[in-house]
Design a protein around this ligand. Structure first.
Ligand code: G3P
Length: 214
């Protein structure tokens, strides 16, 4: 189980790293475009932060160019790079051919058949857009359950993305996702519950524990 930041903004990545429990950062072309910094620079700075994993999505359209782009990304990130791959014919071709060299996450998966192909091709992850699926197909969590069923017993794990609330994030786990990736605001709000805040205020008011100074 791992929790990721879904962002390409470096200030958010630095704050996420500082939290101590964020496993990695997931990016995609839309998030990189919003970051306002060249993708190479973003990847270089993310590598400096030493997350366990950094996801980068290939934008090249044919397998040869995808391989060149993948090698460039690997030169920058060096360790912990996961390639996000769109579920196109060439995307699946790339995964089938290069998943041994590059751990791959087939992204924007919207039905179990795509997950089955990702599994057959050797993908380590499939990324599912939960909230988007709920909005456009009716029930994103049902989709997660379907993916979990077809991937049961395999090496391919589910990364739930497009999550908009703590409840949706937890429900994605309960539906069978092994990992979640969330935008920074949601990430920062995950540890917060008003009753916890209230309890902590009470504890702080007592302030009764081992004294640090004699
Ligand atoms: O990682 C995928 C995510 O960025 C998509 O989220 O909110 O555009 O559906 P959203």
């Amino acid at each position: 189980m791992a929790i990721y930041l879904d962002s390409a903004k470096l200030d958010e990545a630095r704050q996420a790293k500082d939290l101590g429990w964020v496993h990695g950062v997931t990016t995609n072309p839309s998030l990189l475009a919003k970051a306002g910094v060249e993708p190479e620079v973003v990847l270089k700075e993310l590598a400096v932060l030493e997350f366990h994993q950094v996801y980068y999505q290939l934008v090249s359209q044919n397998v040869e160019d995808m391989l060149i782009e993948a090698r460039k990304a690997a030169e920058i990130v060096k360790t912990g790079l996961i390639l996000k791959i769109a579920p196109t014919d060439n995307g699946f071709r790339f995964v089938a051919k290069h998943a041994n060299e590059f751990p791959c996450c087939v992204t924007a998966v919207f039905n179990p058949a795509q997950a089955l192909i990702a599994r057959e091709a050797g993908a380590r992850y499939v990324a599912v857009y939960v909230n988007r699926a709920t909005k456009q197909m009716g029930d994103g969590l049902c989709l997660v359950r379907g993916l979990a069923n077809v991937l049961a017993g395999s090496q391919t794990e589910i990364l739930a993305a497009s999550l908009k609330s703590t409840k949706e994030a937890v429900d994605a786990f309960l539906a069978g996702a092994q990992h979640i990736t969330v935008p920074f605001d949601l990430l920062a709000s995950l540890p917060i519950h008003p009753l916890s805040t209230q309890a902590v205020e009470q504890f702080n008011a007592e302030d009764f524990g081992i004294r640090l100074k004699p």
